[in-house]
Design a protein around this ligand. Structure first.
Ligand SMILES: Cc1ncc(COP(=O)(O)O)c(C=O)c1O
Length: 440
């Protein structure tokens, strides 16, 4: 090529969740008997959660409507009626919220909101990320900044809550930080933060003049006697705040590609207000977000059956998560912190139990050779090596913790499987495989 096409910054982007799927496809091509058991992607529909009947009826009625509106574009920032509904909805749980529909913008899934958000920031301005982290946030932030991630520790010994002293040290050390990302309930850890923790983060934002970004895509999935505290309840008029939400996880309708950002308190800071204007410009370049889910969304969340459906869903997630944690906690060499929300769990290997000689039996010779070659890659993290062997030996696909920028080796799993006997079988196999791997 006359000019180089390849942007080396793309090397900063990793998405281990789907990279494991590619590995599984290659194993499947080598071994016709390979049976894939995906515990890697947080897609409730793929794990047997049907879209509820009332959701299907709402969607079908919208598609059949004579006005054909669902087939057209919407406004670039989203359909105004839905944006107003979002602002009214925010007031239901945070009555002091002054959000209006003009400060809500729709995107093609929250994934797209995340990408637009970091791409639009001034180059060199950084958002501190939790570690372990959700890859779409930290990878896109690194890509946009052209530099390594700046992160704060989540502490597995304290139920994965943020290490606030570390967060403050990092904010002082890196003056380029302009905002703190909080993912609550958290992916990948399953933690839900209490009011004192959120309050301490807000105080740091106040003290160092930072904005807060609160990814709340899992806010309806909270259990084990935990109450969800909305960031907006505590923030009030104190700091600029961006709340990110979507319909992928709770309707659940991940294929709708529908998410949104709420810009709270733009009047507090002129720079924050200008940043919001530049986000809107970027959105115009995208033309608009998907119309059908925007039209369906208020009808779904206000439907009398929604709360009943969500209560059942959350109860089952609680049962599943606790059953899986119970099995994994009996595995020597493994640490499983408690979970309170979302549908993920991150299990950690105890220090020094992993080494680069451990293996699991792999029946198919071609797959065995392939995995041996794959794990010979220089500097392959030890938890990735385990995940490769586990996949090839049992079909179980977990995501290595280091793919979430975790400093501790381990793996993340989803807790979505609806079939109790299959779920228990899979996690007993996982537990037995860990014991076998560690003893090999
Ligand atoms: C914390 C978090 N934010 C955002 C997303 C993206 O969601 P969407 O399907 O709306 O793009 C996910 C998806 O797994 C997520 O876990």
């Amino acid at each position: 090529m006359r000019r180089t096409l390849f942007n080396a910054n793309t090397d900063r982007m990793t998405y281990g969740i789907r990279e494991m799927v590619e590995l599984a496809a290659r194993v499947g091509a080598l071994d016709p008997n390979f049976g894939f058991i995906g515990e890697n992607i947080g897609d409730p529909v793929a794990k047997g959660w049907d879209a509820p009947g009332f959701v299907k009826r709402i969607v079908a009625d919208l598609v059949r409507a004579r006005d054909n509106k669902v087939f057209g574009y919407t406004h670039s920032y989203g359909r105004i009626e839905t944006r107003r509904w979002v602002a009214d909805y925010a007031r239901r749980y945070s009555p002091s919220s002054r959000l209006d529909g003009d400060h809500v913008v729709f995107t093609n899934g929250l994934g797209s909101a995340i990408s637009i958000f970091y791409r639009t920031l001034k180059k060199g301005t950084r958002i501190i990320q939790p570690s372990p982290a959700y890859p779409a946030h930290y990878s896109t932030e690194c890509f946009a900044a052209g530099a390594a991630s700046i992160s704060y520790r989540l502490d597995p010994d304290k139920g994965w809550s943020p290490d606030l002293a570390h967060l403050e040290r990092q904010i002082r050390r890196y003056p380029q930080i302009a905002g703190i990302l909080v993912i609550n309930p958290n992916n990948p850890t399953g933690a839900v933060y209490d009011a004192p923790t959120l309050e301490a983060i807000i105080r740091l934002a106040e003290r160092y003049k930072l904005m807060l970004i609160s990814d709340e895509v899992y806010f309806r999935m909270v259990y084990n006697n935990c109450r969800y505290i909305h960031m907006t309840e505590l923030v009030g008029r104190r700091v600029p705040l961006v709340v990110m939400r979507g319909i992928s996880k709770d309707v659940p309708w991940p294929g709708a590609r529908c998410g949104w950002m709420e810009f709270h308190n733009t009047d507090l800071d002129a720079d924050f207000a200008s940043f919001f204007e530049s986000i809107k410009k970027t959105l115009m370049m995208e033309v608009c977000s998907t119309t059908l889910p925007q039209m369906a969304l208020p009808l779904i969340y206000d439907h009398p059956e929604f709360n009943r459906w969500n209560a059942r869903y959350t109860k089952e997630l609680e049962r599943n998560g606790n059953a899986i944690a119970g099995i994994l906690r009996q595995t020597p060499g493994l640490r499983v912190p408690p979970i309170q929300g979302a549908f993920y769990m991150m299990a950690l290997f105890n220090p020094k139990v992993l080494n680069a000689r451990q293996t699991l039996p792999i029946a198919c010779a071609a797959v065995r050779a392939f995995i041996r070659k794959a794990v010979a890659k220089p500097n392959l993290p030890l938890d990735k090596r385990f995940a490769y062997y586990l996949l090839a030996s049992t079909g179980i696909c977990v995501v290595p913790a280091t793919d979430f920028a975790s400093s501790n080796p381990g793996f993340r799993i989803t807790t979505l499987d609806r079939n109790p006997s299959r779920r228990d079988r899979v996690y007993r196999t996982l537990s037995a495989s860990i014991q076998r791997y560690l003893a090999s």
